[in-house]
Design a protein around this ligand. Structure first.
Ligand SMILES: [Zn+2]
Length: 277
């Protein structure tokens, strides 16, 4: 694994020296990063106010909760950085199956998305209402980062779990000076980031399941039933607000996230972040 993450970086540095590095996305254009501006623009179109449509950023959790017969006191917040299409599918498959060193790029990508939209995600406010200058810092937030787990046998075969690499690199991106305007039980409050904890083994995938590709929402829920176990529950500081960020590369129906949500401590704010949906 070490070599699979480091050798490509040496090769890229070598190609850079001769200005020969080609975009990982379209293989056509010369680029200094992993992807050319054209490919990045295609990915980023959902990041604007106009492009942000809750239609595909959020899942129909009410419908899913009814199917699962869950009486949810809260509902999972599920957000994605970009839309699932032929291009994003190809880029993410490249990372998922062949190029673990791209975790660095996707983690930074996800972190940029998070810092840009965290207030909105955490409080579900309208964009216009986000004015932090009108609020004083009144408390602290502890963030816990967990990947969606892969079954141990599958991880051994594949050599890596892309969600785990993503979570590791994403946790490393955090800087201390973040503030979030959050909806808390005391109303809207501006909170300061207190700690970031990486929880790589919070869950275990205890059931090896067949591929969910081309399966309907109902089939997925049936297949995933009992597939996960909570291994390390959160040790929450009651003085602070807690936010759990659960990461995956692709989410389609939200069935995996809902299955994990059923196992979680609901004293924390739970947010599911995927690269693509
Ligand atoms: Zn390109």
């Amino acid at each position: 694994m070490f070599w699979r993450r480091t050798v490509p970086k040496f090769i890229d540095a070598f190609l850079d020296a001769f200005s020969k590095r080609l975009c990982y996305g379209c293989s056509k254009k010369y680029t200094e990063g992993y992807y050319c501006d054209f490919c990045l623009e295609g990915l980023k179109f959902t990041w604007t106010k106009e492009g942000m449509s809750r239609k595909y950023l959020d899942f129909d959790y009410i419908e899913l909760a009814q199917i699962l017969e869950l009486d949810l006191p809260l509902y999972p917040k599920i957000f994605s950085t970009t839309k699932y299409n032929d291009m994003t599918k190809a880029l993410i498959r490249d990372f998922k199956y062949r190029k673990p060193h791209l975790a660095e790029f996707w983690a930074k990508w996800l972190y940029d998305y998070w810092t840009k939209h965290a207030d909105w995600i955490l409080s579900e406010l309208k964009w216009e209402q986000l004015d932090k200058s009108q609020h004083q810092v009144v408390g602290k937030v502890d963030i816990y980062i967990s990947p969606v787990p892969m079954h141990a046998k599958k991880e051994a075969r594949r050599e890596y779990n892309q969600a785990k690499l993503l979570a590791e690199d994403f946790a490393n991106c955090f800087e201390a000076s973040q503030h979030y305007l959050m909806q808390t039980k005391h109303g809207l409050q501006l909170l300061e980031l207190n700690s970031v904890s990486l929880m790589p083994a919070m869950f275990e995938r205890v059931k090896e399941t067949p591929s969910l590709f081309n399966k309907s929402k109902f089939e997925r829920l049936e297949i995933l039933d009992g597939a996960f176990a909570l291994k390390h529950d959160l040790n929450l500081n009651p003085e602070n607000q807690a936010v759990v960020l659960l990461l995956d590369d692709i989410s389609t129906t939200g069935a995996t996230f809902l299955e994990l949500f059923k196992l979680m401590n609901l004293d924390a704010e739970i947010v599911f972040l995927s690269l693509c949906s």
